[in-house]
Design a protein around this ligand. Structure first.
Ligand code: GDP
Length: 344
């Protein structure tokens, strides 16, 4: 029962191997994991056989692991996953954070609303399987907060939009209310919009962006470790520099963000309408009526193309991995000594 504030849900019990305790991964270091259990934080070793359910390289921040003694022996199946596709050919997608319920899409107030940027991050968030919420920071710098929130809310259909200030504390309670006990959230958004400040304000302490003195005395460096923080009053927040600039996972998230455009397109006379010059185009009609901002249509096209390229890359990678797997299997079979015929 005490695991519930850490995000545990009863149906996970069936995934736990016999004789094991469970713990949630708060931080991954080389060879060792920092895990959270009902009685606090512990360091455990990872068993040599430990792999995640996706067959990848190992547990990620937010994963639930089965622990036997001092060792994490299995990663329990993930409900959601934030995946980062690293640059370079042949690189495998990396799970940045697992089992995230909410994604805080963070942008700053105090200038013209950056709707296209918010749309892009919303598409990333929807693609992860978690629910997005837009958090507009630096409310203390915005002369008309309700109007700024309304402008973003009109664009981010079906997504809650909150305004906060980490300086005055305004709006922080609304974020806390969303992040109830056991709810895990992660932040995405460009650097400088106030994500670290928001985490520190919610944590009531400086937990993000801490500077350390290097052991060799050659100055300071800023720690960039991904970490799951338990917030006072419930809620867990993942702070991870890797979450800040994420590629689109695929086309699903984009379709969700632009569901209105897809709705207008359903009215087109031709099923393969490209919404450019075709007669009877539902999208063009919506623009003429003033129901759809043409810039939103352009943004939709751009993100769809990006998501499509991403999916093609993922397919190519999957094919390359399969070819490599089959080749190594063949090599292995050729290397095996032939069995004597009819022998026992
Ligand atoms: P991050 O890169 O998204 O983590 O952004 P930071 O949290 O490091 O903040 C970037 C800058 O914005 C810093 O100089 C902060 O002091 C400032 N900042 C963050 N939140 C607020 C806020 O609510 N109000 C104001 N006025 N400044 C803020």
């Amino acid at each position: 029962m005490e695991l519930i504030p850490l995000g545990w849900t009863a149906e996970r019990s069936q995934d736990v191997p016999g004789g094991c305790a469970v713990a949630r991964v708060a931080r991954v270091d080389r060879g060792r994991l920092t895990v959270l259990t009902a009685d606090g934080e512990h360091r455990v070793h990872r068993a040599g056989t430990l792999h995640d359910d996706a067959g990848g390289t190992g547990p990620a921040v937010g994963d639930w692991v089965a622990v036997r003694g001092e060792q994490a022996v299995a990663v329990l199946p993930r409900r959601t996953a934030f995946v980062r596709t690293a640059a370079g050919r042949g690189s495998e997608p990396q799970v940045v954070a697992a089992n995230v319920d909410l994604v805080l899409v963070v942008d700053a107030l105090g200038g013209a609303p950056r709707l296209r940027r918010v749309e892009r991050y919303l598409a990333v968030a929807w693609g992860s399987g978690a629910m997005p919420v837009v958090v507009l920071t630096k409310a203390d710098l915005e002369p008309d907060v309700p109007a700024a929130v309304a402008a973003v809310a009109a664009d981010a259909v079906g997504v809650p939009v909150l305004a906060v200030s980490s300086v005055t504390g305004a709006g922080l309670d609304d974020v806390r209310a969303l992040l109830g006990p056991g709810c895990t959230a992660a932040m995405v958004g460009p650097s400088g919009v106030g994500k670290s400040s928001l985490l520190n304000a919610l944590a009531g302490a400086t937990v993000a962006g801490t500077a350390e003195i290097r052991g060799d005395g050659r100055g300071r460096h800023t720690t960039t470790a991904r970490e799951l923080h338990v917030l006072p009053g419930g809620g867990l927040l993942v702070d991870t520099p890797g979450m800040r600039e994420l590629a689109l996972a695929g086309e699903d998230g984009v379709d969700t963000v632009y569901a209105d455009v897809a709705g207008y397109a359903a009215d087109c006379r031709f099923r393969d309408c490209a919404h450019r010059t075709e007669p009877g185009c539902g999208v063009a009609a919506a623009i003429d009526r003033g129901d759809l901002d043409p810039a939103r249509l352009t943004a939709w096209r751009k993100l769809q193309a990006e998501a499509h390229r991403q999916e093609l890359r993922a397919d190519a990678r999957a094919r390359a991995l399969e070819t490599a797997r089959v080749r190594s299997l063949h090599r292995e079979m050729r290397a095996r000594p032939a069995k004597p015929r009819g022998g026992r």
